[in-house]
Design a protein around this ligand. Structure first.
Ligand code: SF4
Length: 385
């Protein structure tokens, strides 16, 4: 027995960027003014087509790609159509991702007027050399200017993204980036470890030895440094890669980790209704053509088995500081988890209370291994569909 839920969370994928960063394997193409209008029409048509899958909306997230590269009039139009066609909570969190190289005063004000109330800016590093290795288009001055612009436009909820484990990065240069970002007093900071993806130019450079990653020990030290420094500055470490000032957790991302229903609109967007996961085509031209011909852009739908749902609950829930409630598990599964946690290798990495299971900060550093150990016992139990 399962329940399909109407989505309370909307993700909109904007697949355009100024140019491709050297480490990027997200679905994005160089910005094309002729294509952006046609793409937005397709997203608006998809919204109308799938309106009945949307419930009362509590978060909206424009991600990419670089949503801030779109003409402000188009971002405003999408927001207008969403407000017309969906019931949106008065205090809904409405985020737009922005690249500092694409922002200016008028755009910041237009976004605020359109209804966005949270802005997430990709900083990655404050060092020109590290930014050049990543192929980013901005520098630290652009970041400072953009933060000042969006604050003066009235954005009271600002998030900044950083990356560590970069080629040529040292623990000292990471500390420098953290200190500069903290000095801007953002409400939220994401700190992602670089994962070099095959098929990216950066992967090629690493393979050829042209650049090198820091050692595993240095990367672990960077993680611990962020954990301690941000805690000392009143940022709660509420998810493996995310830190927030009080009441500033990203509500949209929390919904993903808590397996709430969401709908993804646009090329390469994914949706989840509590039981089925589905994906839109990631081919931008095919996406637009399908919609223009009156079709749907969904190319894959997977019905989760009860074991897959359980694996997701563990994998996603243990990313968060809240962990997972005991009530999410059958008693026999909770017993299996308690048994797994008695293993010597897991001491200090996970904690179990009478009603919750969570990983420690040290456990997050090796979360894949800890989660695999917890899941291995569970997976041996009999599971229904
Ligand atoms: S701005 Fe983001 S999505 Fe665009 S190319 Fe760079 S990393 Fe990829």
């Amino acid at each position: 027995m399962f329940t399909q839920h109407k989505a309370e969370h909307i993700y909109i994928h904007i697949p355009f960027c100024i140019r491709k960063c050297r480490y990027c394997d997200f679905h994005s193409i160089p910005h094309d003014c002729a294509l952006e209008e046609r793409y937005v029409r397709a997203v608006l048509n998809e919204t109308a087509l799938r309106k009945n899958q949307i419930g009362r909306v509590t978060t909206i997230f424009f991600g990419g790609g670089t949503p801030s590269i779109l003409a402000p009039v188009l971002l405003t139009e999408i927001m207008h159509v969403l407000k017309q066609s969906c019931e949106i909570d008065a205090d809904a969190e409405i985020t737009v991702e922005a690249n500092p190289a694409t922002m200016h005063a008028e755009k910041s004000e237009t976004l605020k007027t359109a209804g966005f109330n949270r802005i997430s800016i990709g900083v990655q590093s404050v060092h020109a050399r590290e930014l050049a290795t990543l192929g980013r288009m901005h520098d630290w001055n652009d970041v400072m200017e953009t933060c000042a612009l969006v604050r003066s436009a009235g954005f009271s909820n600002l998030s900044l993204d950083l990356m560590y484990g970069l080629p040529g990065q040292s623990v000292e240069s990471w500390l420098h980036s953290l200190e500069h970002v903290i000095a801007l007093n953002p409400d939220h900071i994401s700190a992602y470890e670089l994962t070099p993806e095959r098929e990216t130019p950066l992967f090629g450079q690493l393979s050829s030895g042209a650049v090198a990653l820091p050692s595993e020990e240095a990367v672990a030290e960077m993680y611990t440094l962020a954990d301690e420094l941000l805690a000392n500055n009143r940022y709660e470490h509420y998810e493996i890669s995310n830190y927030a000032q009080p009441a500033r957790r990203c509500r949209h991302n929390m919904a993903y980790w808590q397996r709430k229903s969401y709908i993804g609109l646009g090329a390469a967007a994914h949706s989840f209704d509590g039981h089925y996961r589905s994906a839109n085509t990631d081919d931008i031209i095919q996406y637009m053509e399908r919609i223009e011909q009156g079709g749907v852009p969904v190319i894959e739908t997977i019905e989760l088995t009860s074991l897959q749902a359980l694996q997701e609950t563990v994998f996603l829930g243990l990313r968060t500081a809240d962990g997972i409630a005991r009530s999410a598990f059958e008693p026999v599964i909770w017993q299996e988890i308690e048994k797994a946690l008695q293993d010597d290798t897991l001491q200090g990495l996970a904690e179990i209370t009478p009603d919750r299971l969570r990983l420690t900060s040290r456990g997050w550093l090796v979360s894949n291994q800890v989660i695999a150990s917890i899941l291995s016992g569970i997976e041996k139990l009999p599971h229904g569909r």
